[in-house]
Design a protein around this ligand. Structure first.
Ligand code: AMP
Ligand code: MG
Length: 440
C-alpha cells in the first residue's frame, strides 16, 4: 500500500499543466484563477480628488478661521464628481466641491461642508450652517473653523500606481480582487477554464434520489455528495448516473465521461469483491496509475488516466463506495487535482495545529482522517489550548463507532478533518493532530 503523501504526490505529478487560459470580462471571473499577472492601467485615484463634500480652499487663508471670527471666501465656481475641476481657486475664493470631484488648481485643502455656512451677496445666510452642499452655488461661504492644510484630499496614486501588480497568476478571484482589478482600469482578465468533473455512482443496490429503496436498495448519497464537493471546489459537474455492477455498463458510462470531462470520479466497485468492476473499467478506457492507499477511511482508492483522441488527458478517480470514504478521498486526492487543473498556485487546504481531547483507536500504519468538531465558546469562537492549538473532539456520536466509514451523520456534524499520523494505534488525549477545516 502506498502512503497518502506518496499517492497524492503521484496524482499531482500526473497533471503537467493547468487547463488552458481564456480571456473573460472581469464581471465573469468570480471563482476563476488568474492565468497571468494583472497590472493596473491607471493610477488610483486617477487624480487628486476630494474626500468630502465641502469647499476647496487655499489652506493658508483659513488658518485663523474660528467660531468667533469666521473667514468669508467668495465662491468662484464648482467642481462636481465626473465634471471638470472647475475654475482655479484664486486668492480669496473657494470652489464648492463634491466627494470624488477633481481638486481645482490653486486649492490645497478641503473644508467639509459641516464647518461652513453658505452666504448671499449681501452677507445674509443663504442656507443653514452645515447644510448639504446642493442647490445653487452661494455667493460666498463662511468658514467657522480651520483644518490642517492638505485635509480631505485623496492624492493621485495614493492607493496604487499604474503598472502595479493587482493580481498574481494562480490566485483565485474573489469579490475584493474583482473590485480591485476593475477599479484599477482593467476590464478583462486571462483566467483558466473551469475543470469539468463527471461523477458516476456504481452499485446494484444504489437507488437514485426519489426512488423508493425497496428490498436491499439504498439511496444514492455519493452521486449528489460528490457533485456538490466538485462544484464547491470550482468545477462544472456532469452526472453519469448510477451504473450496475457490470463491466459493460461501467465502461459505457466511463467512455461518456472521458469524452466530456477533465476528471471522471467513480464511487464504489473499486475494491476486491466479485462485483468490483471499476478497475477493469479504468483499464478498458485508460490505465491505472496507482491503487490502494494506507488511509483510513478510504483504502480502496484507485487513480488512473485516459487519453482522448486529441491527446488531452482525463484523470480517473475510483473512490470507495462508503460515503465517508468517498468524501475523504475526494478531499485528499481529487480536490487538490481539481484545483491544480483550475490553476491554483496552492492546491491544498491550509492546516492548523490541533489537539485531540479524547482517546481514539485507529489502524497502525494508516493515516487516519477523523471527523472532528472544534471546542467552541458560546459566541462560536474556537477554543485554543495553552499551546495555541485548536481543541478538537470526535464529531456527532462521541465515540470511535461514529467514525465508521458509512456514518454520514458524523460527517455532516464535523467542522474539520483531523489527520492522525500513521505510527499511532491507540491515540491518547492530548495528541497533536493536523486540522483541515471543511467548507460548511
Ligand atoms: P463498494 O465500495 O462498492 O464495495 O461499496 C461499499 C459500501 O458503500 C456498500 O455498503 C455500498 O452499499 C455503499 N455505497 C456504494 N455506493 C454508494 C452510494 N452511491 N451511496 C451510498 N452508499 C453507497
Ligand atoms: Mg459496490
Amino acid at each position: 500500500m502506498l502512503s497518502v503523501d506518496v499517492a497524492r504526490g503521484r496524482v499531482l505529478e500526473a497533471i503537467r499543466d493547468p487547463l488552458p487560459a481564456e480571456t473573460r470580462p472581469i464581471e465573469a471571473t468570480l471563482g476563476r484563477v488568474a492565468a497571468a499577472e494583472v497590472r493596473a492601467t491607471t493610477d488610483l485615484p486617477p487624480w487628486d480628488n476630494s474626500a468630502m463634500d465641502g469647499y476647496a480652499v487655499r489652506g493658508a487663508e483659513i488658518v485663523e478661521a474660528s467660531e468667533a471670527a469666521p473667514v468669508v471666501l467668495r465662491v468662484a465656481g464648482e467642481a462636481a464628481a465626473g465634471g471638470s475641476a472647475g475654475p482655479a481657486a484664486a486668492p480669496g475664493t473657494a470652489i464648492r466641491i463634491a466627494t470624488g470631484a477633481p481638486l481645482p488648481a490653486g486649492a490645497d485643502t478641503i473644508v467639509q461642508v459641516e464647518l461652513t455656512t453658505p452666504l448671499n451677496a449681501d452677507g445674509s445666510a443663504a442656507g443653514p450652517r452645515g447644510g448639504q452642499a446642493i442647490g445653487s452655488i452661494p455667493a460666498s461661504v463662511a468658514i467657522h473653523a480651520t483644518v490642517p492644510i492638505g485635509s480631505s484630499i485623496r492624492r493621485r496614486g495614493s492607493d496604487l500606481l499604474a503598472g502595479t501588480v493587482v493580481l498574481q497568476a494562480g490566485v483565485q478571484l474573489g469579490p475584493a480582487a474583482i473590485g480591485l482589478v476593475a477599479g484599477s482600469g482593467v476590464s478583462s482578465v486571462a483566467v483558466h477554464r473551469r475543470p469539468i468533473v463527471a461523477v458516476l455512482a456504481t452499485g446494484d443496490e444504489v437507488r437514485s434520489a426519489g426512488t423508493a429503496p425497496e428490498g436491499s436498495g439504498i439511496p444514492d448519497a455519493n452521486g449528489p455528495g460528490l457533485r456538490a464537493l466538485a462544484a464547491a471546489a470550482g468545477a462544472d459537474v456532469l452526472d453519469l448516473g448510477i451504473a450496475r455492477d457490470r463491466l459493460d455498463d461501467v465502461i459505457e458510462r466511463l467512455r461518456r465521461g472521458v469524452a466530456q470531462a477533465d476528471i471522471v470520479i467513480v464511487s464504489g466497485g473499486v475494491s476486491v469483491g466479485p462485483y468490483d468492476v471499476v478497475r477493469a473499467g479504468f483499464e478498458a478506457v485508460g490505465r491505472i496509475e496507482l491503487w490502494r492507499v494506507a488511509l483510513q477511511p478510504g483504502k480502496p482508492f484507485a487513480f488512473g488516466t485516459a487519453r482522448r483522441d486529441d491527446g488531452s488527458q482525463v484523470l480517473l478517480f475510483g473512490l470507495p463506495g462508503n460515503p465517508v470514504s468517498s468524501f475523504v478521498t475526494f478531499e485528499i486526492f481529487v480536490r487538490p487535482a481539481l484545483r491544480r487543473l483550475a490553476g491554483h498556485a496552492d492546491p491544498f487546504r491550509p492546516s492548523e495545529p490541533g489537539v485531540l481531547m479524547e482517546p481514539v483507536t485507529k489502524g497502525r500504519g494508516r493515516r487516519a482522517y477523523l471527523r472532528v468538531e472544534l471546542d467552541r465558546r458560546p459566541n462560536g469562537a474556537p477554543i485554543l489550548d495553552p499551546g495555541g492549538r485548536l481543541q478538537v473532539r470526535l464529531a456527532g456520536a462521541r465515540s470511535t463507532a461514529g467514525q465508521g466509514s458509512h456514518v454520514l451523520s458524523t460527517l455532516a456534524a464535523a467542522d474539520a478533518l483531523a489527520a492522525v499520523p500513521e505510527a499511532f494505534e491507540d491515540v491518547p488525549p492530548g495528541t497533536e493532530v493536523e486540522v483541515f477545516r471543511l467548507d460548511r
